[in-house]
Design a protein around this ligand. Structure first.
Ligand code: BG6
Length: 481
């Protein structure tokens, strides 16, 4: 693959994201020889660091392991610029970029990754826009893109000095291999694609369960909660890929058009079909962990939800009256992200009695961990009678591809460099997703909150079980096959 060289600016380079994800992702691209010395990285942050201080902060020498020689080469192209976002020295930024451009042969191409608080966008966007050194300009926004519909619209206004095709809104779930695999499964394989509809599917379950709590992000999270932090972006993106109709073609527009159509077809969600939760103290594995209200920077009487489960319907031909059950939460017993299509039982009298007591067939896309795809089905037990047992066809993704695996950020940065927006959220999707979430928040304000209502390390709040049980169905247990 040959990408056009570019300067990669990381605003907020001393943040956790840059250290844990962005720099390692760039280094992986370097190791894969997708980028080379013609892609200088300019780390920009307010800390008074030298380049050496910054490299020390990255603390990557040991982590590079056997790739230490490559890291030693790569780090030569990392540069550092101290930049005060409150009192910006625009000239020094311009000079530094111009200087890099003069020896990198990057034809003035600029990528600016904004891993900073949205509060600074207003300051930084016009400055970036103004640095016009002859090449393309692409701007990457980390989530959250706004904190409700109103603020997202305001933010979108602020970005309007750039064309939509210059804007890359990150949702890192779109870079996860098994999320991308949903389209391959559906549209490259009739074995799945032909039954991916209301004729064969009884219901769909989408689960993203996390064992982590809010860690050091209490201040942000307490103003956010599971609806805004996870549902508005990652879960609705997974839903859209799972539920969308086949796009007319493989281009970015058709694909993103179809995804937005799914959101537009979601029937208004009823208040009784929403369950919120917040974790109390408990244990994750052998470790005791505090309840949410005792996490740092969280208010003692916080009503912020760390868990949400809901049922929704998509009013289109493909999914008429098929429920989608969606849940996500922090400090649950297991880390797991899955899409499950639970199939209808066959309408045949042949094996009716033998089938009745068994679970229905289920197609599972295991996004993480242990990425893969599983199909459960009934197999005959050896012997004279037609007696059945549940069996699995299991595709283990890392077993096949471990050596060539791509981390989500690595792939997404590669796509930005390639100028392909397919894996990024388009404005109309973001707008509609905030409309949905604002509406849910308004409804849930009326629900009395007796938090905490689930123990850390459990499967979540009990009312989430009733949500699905009242339809004579049940959640598939985490790690169910
Ligand atoms: C982020 C959320 O977008 O996604 C976090 O802000 C969450 O709260 C994280 O923990 C989950 O990502 P992953 O890749 O660890 O599943």
């Amino acid at each position: 693959m040959s990408l056009k060289p570019s300067i990669i600016n990381i605003f907020g380079a001393t943040g956790d994201l840059a250290k844990r994800k962005l720099i390692p992702a760039l280094f992986s691209l370097y190791k894969k020889k997708i980028i080379n010395e013609k892609f200088p990285v300019l780390a920009i942050s307010r800390r008074d660091y030298s380049k050496e201080d910054y490299l020390e902060f990255l603390d990557f020498d040991e982590k590079a392991g056997s790739y230490k020689p490559e890291w030693d080469e790569f780090k030569k192209q990392i540069h550092y610029l101290k930049f005060d976002f409150k009192n910006p020295d625009t000239e020094s930024l311009k000079n530094k970029i111009t200087e890099l451009n003069s020896y990198c042969n990057c034809a003035g191409n600029l990528i600016s990754y904004l891993a900073i608080s949205p509060g600074f966008f207003e300051v930084i966007l016009p400055i970036i826009k103004d640095i016009n050194i002859g090449g393309y300009q692409r701007v990457v926004f980390e989530k959250p893109f706004g904190f409700d519909l109103k603020s997202a619209k305001q933010l979108n206004e602020k970005t309007s000095m750039f064309e939509e095709n210059q804007i890359y809104r990150i949702d890192h779930y779109l870079g996860k291999e098994l999320v991308r695999n949903i389209l391959t499964m559906r549209f490259a394989n009739p074995v799945f694609g032909n039954i991916w509809n209301a004729d064969y599917v009884d219901h769909v379950q989408i689960t993203v369960s996390e064992t982590v709590g809010v860690g050091s992000r209490g201040g942000y999270y307490d103003n956010s909660g599971a609806l805004k932090d996870m549902l508005q972006n990652h879960l609705l993106q997974i839903l859209a890929l799972t539920a969308m109709d086949p796009p007319d073609s493989n281009d970015e527009k058709s694909l993103r058009d179809e995804k937005t159509k799914v959101l537009n077809a979601i029937r208004e969600i009823k208040q009784e079909d929403i369950v919120l939760g917040q974790y109390g103290e408990g244990s994750i594995g052998d470790s005791k962990v505090p309840g949410y209200k005792n996490e740092g920077s969280v208010s003692d009487n916080s009503e912020t939800e760390t868990y949400v489960a809901l049922k929704l319907f998509i009013d289109n031909e493909r999914w008429k009256n098929i429920p989608f059950y969606i849940r996500t939460g922090k400090r649950l017993g297991v880390k797991s992200a899955e899409v499950n299509l639970v199939l209808k039982k066959p309408e045949t009298n042949l094996f009716k009695d033998n089938i009745e007591n068994h679970s229905p067939n289920c197609i599972t896309i295991r996004i993480q961990p242990d990425e893969g795809i599983n199909v459960s089905f009934l197999a005959k037990i050896p012997g004279p009678e037609y007696e059945f047992t549940e069996a699995n066809l299991n595709f283990c993704h890392p077993c096949l591809f471990a050596i060539n695996s791509w981390e989500a950020y690595e792939l997404l940065i590669q796509e930005v460099l390639d100028g392909d927006q397919t894996l990024f959220a388009r404005w109309d999707f973001i707008e509609k997703s905030w409309k949905i979430v604002d509406n849910l928040i308004e409804k849930t304000q009326r629900i009395p909150k007796t938090f905490p209502n689930y123990r850390a390390g459990s499967q979540g709040p009990k009312p989430a079980n009733f949500l699905i049980k009242k339809d004579n169905r049940s959640w598939l247990s985490f790690l169910h096959y």
